[in-house]
Ligand binder design. Structure first.
Ligand code: SAM
Length: 237
């Protein structure tokens, strides 16, 4: 899904004006500082193309990013212009130099994990990278009861170089996965192209998340956000 350059570039173009990344970063910084007022460092795991990182860099003295996808990290490196350390890691098992006052996983990226064992492994790795009193903030994917079978979404944009991209999606439930079928149509001076892909996100239950936090030695609280967003888990050691 995120393993080729054109997908990473298209992701970046489609989302950078569609979500208020700066406002989300501000919400997360408030959640962190309500638990750890002196927080100065942050690691954004599954940072993708680094849009939250750019906003976090204005709110914390030291920010770093980590992601499994090299193409996504390449776009992030261009955006951040070398000013932020980026790590190519799998969130289930990583070891970085240093610790952080805050570790975040935004935009439901945690739901790319498939099992509760992987969830606990990731949270255990986060726990090991926290400073004393540090805070983990995770924006989960929808809990199963909130998933809307047959949900559709659509989006179109025209870029500065006279390219129009449309993206439509349709979601169904397959076991404990939300399966999103995505279709992209791009029109530019070369013609019109179509591609499609399947994006699976795991519908972990609230209890599964809470158990995984507990296994990692973290005390988690669920904080609801505005309608249309899945809220946050905020956890401390
Ligand atoms: C929906 S994108 C979100 C990116 C970014 N957080 C944002 O809000 O725009 C999901 C990201 O999760 C990353 N990812 C998926 N599985 C991962 C794993 N096991 N470890 C680290 N990153 C992972 C993907 O490479 C991708 O960049």
């Amino acid at each position: 899904m995120y393993e080729n350059n054109s997908a990473a570039e298209m992701y970046d173009r489609l989302y950078q004006d569609r979500k208020d990344y700066r406002a989300e970063a501000g919400q997360v910084a408030d959640l962190v500082r309500s638990r750890k007022p002196d927080a100065t460092s942050l690691l954004d795991v599954a940072c993708g193309t680094g849009i939250h990182l750019a906003a976090f860099a204005e709110l914390f003295d030291r920010v770093e990013g980590a992601d499994l996808s090299e193409p996504m990290l390449k776009v992030a490196a261009e955006r951040l212009d070398g000013g932020v350390r980026l790590h190519h890691v799998d969130m289930r098992n990583f070891q970085l130099d240093g610790t952080f006052d805050a570790i975040t996983v935004m935009f439901s990226s945690i739901a790319y994990l498939r099992t509760t064992e992987d969830l606990s492994a990731a949270l255990t790795a986060f726990s090991k990278h926290l400073t004393p009193g540090g805070v983990v903030v995770i924006e989960p994917w929808w809990f199963p009861e909130a998933f809307i079978e047959g949900y559709v979404s659509g989006h179109a944009l025209t870029t500065d170089d006279n390219r129009t991209i449309t993206r439509v999606s349709h979601s169904t439930r397959v076991g404990n996965l939300a399966r999103m079928e995505l279709h992209y149509v791009t029109a530019d001076s070369q013609g019109v192209r179509h591609r499609s892909e399947i994006d699976d996100l795991t519908l972990f239950t609230r209890v599964e998340y809470e158990d995984a936090f507990e296994q990692a030695g973290l005390r988690a609280e669920y904080v609801a956000s505005e309608p249309g967003r899945p809220g946050y888990f905020v956890a401390t050691a």
